[in-house]
Design a binder for this molecule. Structure first.
Ligand SMILES: NC(=O)c1ccc[n+]([C@@H]2O[C@H](COP(=O)([O-])OP(=O)(O)OC[C@H]3O[C@@H](n4cnc5c(N)ncnc54)[C@H](OP(=O)(O)O)[C@@H]3O)[C@@H](O)[C@H]2O)c1
Length: 342
């Protein structure tokens, strides 16, 4: 049995984590839920009873074995080392430590052994977009070695936490009943005022810039896909380029990937590998294909539209969807916690 802390228990990821801990009957001896002072005293349902939210303060981790961190980077930078110093092993969902050499970055089905090499007692959970992609591509990489991949993402608004959900919901409500006006306007500009999360309307729109702009015009989300994929797959020379796009979907990220290998891989071989892969469900063939809605609320990532690349024989095009809050965040964290608790 483990004594477990969850920081950010009232957030989208933290809330999903409490549900998954229950679903999987994680052996919890004691659960401490932490959130901001706004939520102090709030009661969250857990294990047939309730857990009361408390604030982060000196000594708050004393006696805990494991701490899941589901808050933003600055809070994780401040509190993850405090939890580790108090003797807990930390599994962090933020980006704060992911690329540190002495912090493992773990996908449960891909590199679980790395979780046990954590000298700072901090294990990082990858970015949700990378997680969905790498879970699907790992079996192909193991078989033939990925040489290069070109990726486009279609990322849901829940990737930006509760504020992202509220912004789409609010704009969606304003669109309700205005379809005639919209048809006449031909656009949402002027009907929907941009909110706080995105500088342009997200309802009825697509924003071709997820994250913030960094080096060479690529965004933080795009660079995460590049660097985190290399670290998880132990492939430092892997060539990756990405365009990360935000779409008006509530939950579920999708990616289109063009992949080249060190040796040729045909569709038939890829189908066999994917069908046997843990954490992957194949939805391919005929008219079958997975959508973000199909992938929302379920554990595996869904893969379909596997095609031989006619422009690069031996390469593949494929489509992947996955629940960014489950496999993309909370489920993978719980899988790591389970491995550490064992
Ligand atoms: N959403 C995703 O798809 C996803 C996927 C992978 C990783 N992540 C990462 O997971 C982390 C959480 O994301 P989220 O989407 O769950 O965000 P969120 O829904 O906005 O939740 C943020 C959480 O942080 C808490 N918090 C804010 N200030 C705090 C403080 N001073 N002390 C303690 N807790 C505080 C909030 O508590 P209150 O309710 O009291 O404000 C809330 O529980 C982020 O690092 C994010 O990048 C998210």
């Amino acid at each position: 049995m483990a004594r477990l802390g969850v920081i950010g228990a009232t957030g989208l990821v933290g809330g999903e984590m409490l549900r998954i801990l229950e679903e999987r009957a994680f052996p919890v001896d004691e659960l401490r839920a932490f959130a901001s002072p706004r939520s102090e005293g709030r009661r969250l349902p857990f294990g047939g009873g309730e857990v009361v939210c408390r604030v982060l303060e000196p000594g708050c981790f004393d006696g805990l074995d494991l701490v899941a961190v589901d808050v933003d980077d600055p809070l994780s930078v401040e509190w993850s080392p405090v939890a580790a110093a108090a003797g807990a092993t930390v599994v962090d969902n933020s980006a704060a430590f992911r690329m540190d050499d002495d912090v493992p970055l773990v996908v449960a089905e891909v590199n679980p052994g790395d979780a046990h090499r954590a000298p700072r007692r901090i294990v990082s959970n990858p970015n949700c977009t990378t997680m969905v992609l790498v879970t699907a591509l790992a079996p192909l990489h193991r078989a033939a070695g990925i040489d290069r991949m070109v990726v486009s993402s279609y990322q849901s608004v829940s990737g930006a936490g509760w504020p992202g959900i509220h912004e789409l919901d609010d704009q969606w409500t304003k669109l309700d009943g205005r379809s005639e006006a919209l048809r006449r306007a031909g656009a949402v500009d002027g009907v929907i005022v941009p909110g706080d999360v995105w500088p342009k309307p997200i309802a009825g729109n697509v924003i071709p810039l997820a994250g913030s702009v960094k080096d060479a015009g690529y965004t933080s989300e795009e660079w995460k896909l590049v660097h985190e994929s290399r670290k998880i797959l132990h492939a430092p020379d892997l060539a990756v380029t990405a365009t990360c796009v935000r779409v008006p979907v509530f939950v579920g990220h999708a990616l289109a990937a063009n992949v080249a290998f060190h040796r040729p891989v045909r569709r038939e071989e890829a189908i066999d590998l994917l069908a046997a892969a843990p954490g992957v469900e194949l939805v391919d063939g005929g008219d079958g294909y997975p959508t973000p809605l199909d992938g929302a609320g379920v554990d595996p990532v869904l893969v379909g539209r596997v095609r031989d690349d006619p422009s690069n024989p031996g390469g593949l095009d494929l489509w992947v969807t996955g629940d960014n809050l489950r496999k993309g965040a909370a489920l993978n964290t719980v899988q790591i916690l389970e491995a550490l608790a064992r």
